[in-house]
Design a protein around this ligand. Structure first.
Ligand code: TXA
Ligand code: MG
Length: 334
């Protein structure tokens, strides 16, 4: 066990002392959880294999699931790859800093432990002052998987990080709740057309507006998967059960059935008129997909804390940010 410190930092003007302390810890091979616009990341010096090894241990993450390298300047991309494709350039110029991760050919300097032995590396420039300042002050890229125990809902507050990783990491920089609440969109730009490996905070629609049609791992002929999607993900302790948007009949039926089985039922819903008896633990997100996305992981964690056995979740439309939300819900419901 190591002692995990939490330090509050302002997003707009992060105090230099806090960033400096975090950078020192990283420099000496320690682990620092840091806020991004998507979810909290677990940072370690990307060029220090021992430090990166500790990230896998702290999270209980399978070694063949590669990490995203976070940068604060475009120059740093050149240390990580010799081959940024044209679409890679277009995408990063348009959407960095922001919730986009690109997968590119890895340079030989990237430690194999970071890429899980693949010849590609995932890179992202987060849109968060604290993350950007930290990387600037350290003056090196950092790895940043979500700062949760593998398989659990990703952390969108410092409290979630603390809950999962207290005693396993050195420091948590606390800048409050993350804006987007789901992880970045991962796009393999070595593929032509580019291939979306994970839906996330940047919508497919916005990507296609810029570069035309892309492929996704859902396309029938595409058997390849992002290495991470093999594993169970985003799952709270409670069983997650999805139902169609606005389907009061099914909602009431499920609610009744689990209630009769003696289960504590919780719900995450959009439509107010769904709420019925005898639901015990409710969580309403309102009809705004941005808020749904921002609150999703928080709500799953809250309902666990309240002791729900089952969480009934109202589906949302599979477009825009809703696609990222539904992907996570489907995995949580597996
Ligand atoms: O928003 C985010 O991306 C957050 C914040 C902290 O930046 N990070 C994050 O990291 O979600 P993580 O480790 O939880 O998810 C990384 C995903 C995994 O699905 C992993 O398999 C995939 O990126 N990935 C990493 N390197 C890859 C590579 N070389 N090829 C294909 N997929 C890769
Ligand atoms: Mg993750």
């Amino acid at each position: 066990m190591i002692e995990t410190q939490i330090l509050k930092v302002e997003t707009t003007k992060p105090a230099y002392q806090a960033i400096h302390l975090a950078a020192e810890i990283l420099k000496w091979g320690g682990l620092v959880a840091f806020p991004t616009e998507t979810v909290y990341g677990l940072g370690a010096d990307a060029f220090n294999p021992n430090a990166v090894q500790k990230v896998f241990e702290a999270k209980g993450r399978p070694a063949d699931n590669p990490l995203i390298v976070h940068i604060s300047k475009f120059d740093q991309l050149e240390e990580l790859t010799d081959n940024i494709t044209e679409t890679g350039k277009l995408l990063t110029q348009a959407f960095w800093p922001g919730p986009l991760t690109i997968v590119v050919k890895s340079s030989p300097f990237v430690p194999k432990i970071v890429t899980g032995g693949l010849d590609t590396v995932a890179v992202r420039m987060p849109k968060h002052n604290v993350a950007l300042r930290l990387i600037d002050v350290l003056d090196r890229p950092i790895v940043g998987p979500s700062a949760n125990i593998s398989g659990r809902p990703s952390p969108t507050t410092a409290q979630h990080v603390h809950h999962d990783l207290n005693g396993r990491i050195d420091l948590i920089l606390d800048a409050g709740r993350c804006d987007i609440g789901v992880e970045s969109t991962v796009v393999d730009v070595t593929n032509q057309p580019p291939l979306i490996l994970r839906f996330g905070g940047l919508t497919r629609e916005r990507i296609e507006q810029l570069i035309g049609e892309v492929q996704t791992t859902e396309d029938d002929h595409f058997k390849r998967r992002s290495p991470g999607t093999r594993y169970r993900h985003y799952a709270p302790e409670a069983k997650v059960v999805l139902f169609e948007r606005g389907d009061k009949l099914v909602f009431d039926r499920l609610n009744q059935k689990y209630f009769e089985d003696g289960k504590k039922v919780g719900y995450i819903i959009y439509s107010t008129d769904l709420i019925g008896e005898p639901a015990v633990l409710g969580r309403l997100v309102g009809s705004n997909i941005e808020i749904y996305s921002q609150m999703l992981f928080q709500l799953l964690r809250d309902l666990d804390t309240l002791g729900a056995d089952v969480i009934l979740v109202e589906s949302v439309e599979d477009i825009g940010l809703g696609k990222a939300v539904m992907d996570r819900l489907r995995m949580a419901a597996k």
